[in-house]
Design a binder for this molecule. Structure first.
Ligand code: SAM
Ligand code: SF4
Length: 345
């Protein structure tokens, strides 16, 4: 068995698949377990946020029950996200419950997106509960810039998190949001840092989600520009895309490592979209780039059986849009009101 895989033959879904009106089948759930976070990244949150009340938050049992419904209908990969998922109290119980479905072959992959600050505490448990790959957000290695970007964060905590995760045997992909200015000077360092430690690095184009009190039209940096700048210094060889997601990968020949470019606003990945997102309050979003959602919480709380929830899910999937309508031009940004921390990307 490879160190990167939990090798159990896939089990057939127990119910009908989640196929939309464009023939796309949903197999990947991104589940947000909290909208809270120990950081306040400038592109993600406002300095002072209003978070959802505890009674509106799905309990860990409800999050698990919902996941089980999705798995029954063919979801094979679950990404736990947030807010900062490792800041949710007792979140390891959810990982433990989900890990049982890896053992049965129902769940192919359980993954996590985190800012890394809590990894020294949780990396070992994550590995124990079947997690093999994690995405860690790290926008800067420079303590001052990191503190500014996260509004007070300590980069040493994130770096200790990376070390703990590697010691626990977790494979890491770093995510960095591209921004005009100092990022452009630091990107080479981020590439060298990631690749010299056996980590992939993915650059993300900033999305206009939520009012964060910073001028996105000024900070927005197109990855097309980043890539053409990088090509003056590095040899980038395109790699075949296997993720079906919005990332395009290249091999950096000088380091041997992989570098990804996520351009969420380009529409060329919508045709293959297999993703669903559920917020920590049980809102189902069938498209990251649309404000519309369906609440599953009442259906979940309204009955002990899953028929009502299933009906809501199938109804929402039947209405999944063909493509989002977000746009960012170099000078103008038009977006939607929801913060990224509500859904976790
Ligand atoms: N707290 C965790 C973290 O930072 O990785 C998980 C949640 S965070 C919302 C998930 C990802 O969304 C991070 O990689 C973050 O950089 C990215 N993100 C947040 N706001 C964004 C925005 N406006 N545009 C693009 N990416 C964003
Ligand atoms: Fe927190 Fe992640 Fe948003 Fe940063 S990007 S504020 S770490 S939820």
């Amino acid at each position: 068995m490879s160190q990167d895989q939990v090798s159990v033959p896939p089990a057939a879904p127990k119910g009908p698949l989640l196929t939309d009106s464009f023939g796309r089948t949903m197999t990947y759930l991104r589940l947000s377990v909290t909208d809270r976070c120990d950081l306040r990244c400038v592109y993600c949150m406002a300095e002072h946020m209003r978070f959802v009340s505890h009674r509106d938050l799905l309990t860990l049992e409800e999050l698990y029950r919902l996941s089980a419904v999705f798995m029954r209908h063919g979801v094979r990969k679950i990404r736990i996200t947030g807010g900062e998922p490792l800041a949710r109290k007792n979140v390891m119980c959810l990982f433990e419950m989900l890990s049982n479905h890896i053992g049965t072959g129902e769940l192919g992959e359980l993954v996590l997106t985190t800012n890394g600050t809590q990894l020294p505490r949780f990396a070992g448990k994550l590995r124990e509960f079947g997690v093999r790959r994690i995405n860690v957000s790290l926008d800067s290695l420079d303590p001052d810039r990191y503190r500014t970007l996260t509004r007070g964060g300590d980069v040493r905590k994130a770096l200790s998190g990376l070390e703990a995760a590697q010691e626990a045997g977790l494979k890491i992909k770093l995510n960095s949001v591209a921004m005009r200015g100092e990022f452009e000077q630091e990107v080479d360092h981020l590439i060298e840092f990631a690749h010299s430690r056996g980590m992939d690095l993915t650059l993300i184009e900033e999305m206009p989600l939520g009012d964060v009190h910073h001028d996105r039209a000024k900070s927005f940096l197109s990855l097309q520009k980043v890539r053409s700048d990088l090509e003056r210094r590095w040899t980038l060889s395109p790699l075949e895309d296997k993720t079906g997601g919005p990332a395009r990968y290249v091999r950096v020949e000088e380091t041997g490592g992989r570098l990804g470019f996520i351009t969420p606003l380009s529409c060329d990945f919508c045709a293959g979209c297999n993703r669903l997102r559920v917020s920590c309050t049980g809102e189902l979003f069938t498209c990251l780039g649309k404000d519309s959602s369906v609440s599953l919480r009442e259906a979940l709380r309204g009955s002990s059986g899953d028929e009502l929830v299933e009906a809501e899910i199938f109804d929402a999937i039947a209405r999944k849009p063909e493509c989002h309508n977000l746009s960012v031009a170099t000078e103008t940004v038009s977006g939607i009101g929801r913060h990224m921390s509500v859904l976790g990307g």
